[in-house]
Write a protein that binds this ligand. Structure first.
Ligand SMILES: Nc1ncnc2c1ncn2[C@@H]1O[C@H](COP(=O)(O)OP(=O)(O)OP(=O)(O)O)[C@@H](O)[C@H]1O
Ligand SMILES: [Mg+2]
Length: 269
């Protein structure tokens, strides 16, 4: 088996004159959580859309199991075992847990005109698939809309694992969640890793990324600032690189200048 399941070599992506990604090199291993960090507009979404077949690289090479590939659609990526959970999740709130679990991949029973969705079996499989990652639903026929945001994220992840994903790409799975739900999602991510999947986790929150990550790739204005093993960088160093440490220091100096000017004004009044 190849050392890396996915690899990008000098990948760039342009939209007309906009340079969304420039010369990105990235290697993704099975059994690891690879965090993609970067500020707004850094190119995170463009990068995962390139990995998941929505966009194609304008330049550079995309390797899957050490062989160059061209993924023409998300379906194409899914056929390679690359599953992406987007922020809007692509779940239908009014449909049941089971219906959402099997959406587009319904199992059937019967034959010819009597062919129909095998609900009993599907309920059992969906409930088991969720239990495997530690989510217990009492009634798999309850509407998705009754589940919390964290549980929905977990359902989308369980579905990807059940249908045989090798690479799981998660776009900001913790962005809209409270502390406890966020912890649940991170636990499910850890379970996916324990099953040997490669997980690519996109976030701009270092505090969510740091406990779970094995590796970080930092993006800044479409360029990579490099990939780091967790053992090689501290949380503060990651934070500094992400925010552009120098820019933060400049801002701090500027703010203290303002408050000094204000104090002078008060003193002279
Ligand atoms: N389809 C597109 N057409 C033109 N420009 C685009 C397109 N998609 C992205 N861009 C530009 O590419 C740059 C990177 O955008 P991207 O959405 O990848 O950033 P991001 O890191 O995901 O940001 P955020 O944290 O806000 O989601 C931005 O300047 C954006 O305007
Ligand atoms: Mg984005």
């Amino acid at each position: 088996m190849a050392e890396f399941i996915l690899e990008l070599q000098n990948v760039s992506r342009y939209f007309g004159s906009v340079i969304a990604l420039k010369d990105i090199n990235m290697q993704v291993k099975m059994g690891e959580v690879h965090c993609l960090l970067g500020d707004n507009g850094a190119g995170k979404s463009t990068l995962i859309k390139t990995l998941s077949g929505v966009h194609q690289p304008s330049e550079g090479v995309y390797l899957y199991e050490a062989r160059p590939v061209r993924l023409n659609s998300p379906r194409d990526a899914l056929d390679h075992g690359i599953a992406t959970v987007y922020q809007d999740l692509a779940l239908v709130p009014l449909m049941s847990v089971t219906r959402n679990f099997f959406m587009g991949r319904e199992i059937t029973k019967g034959w010819g005109p009597f062919k129909r969705f095998d609900l009993d079996n599907a309920n059992r499989i969906a409930q088991q698939g969720l239990a495997d990652i530690g989510i217990h639903v009492r009634d798999p026929e309850q509407a998705i809309g009754t589940m919390s945001g964290g549980e929905r994220q977990c359902l989308a992840i369980a579905r990807a694992i059940h249908f045989g994903a090798k690479v799981l790409i998660l776009d900001e799975p913790t962005a809209a969640l409270g502390v406890k739900q966020c912890a649940n999602v991170l636990k499910v991510v850890a379970k996916a890793r324990a099953r040997g999947l490669a997980v690519i986790l996109i976030t701009h929150n270092v505090h969510h990324a740091y406990p779970i990550a094995d590796r970080f790739t930092l993006l800044n204005r479409g360029r990579s600032l490099g990939t780091y093993l967790k053992s090689d960088v501290t949380r503060e160093e990651v934070l500094g690189m992400m925010a552009g440490g120098a820019e933060l220091e400049e801002l701090e100096a500027e703010l203290s200048e303002f408050s000094r000017a204000d104090q002078n004004k008060v003193a002279n009044a």
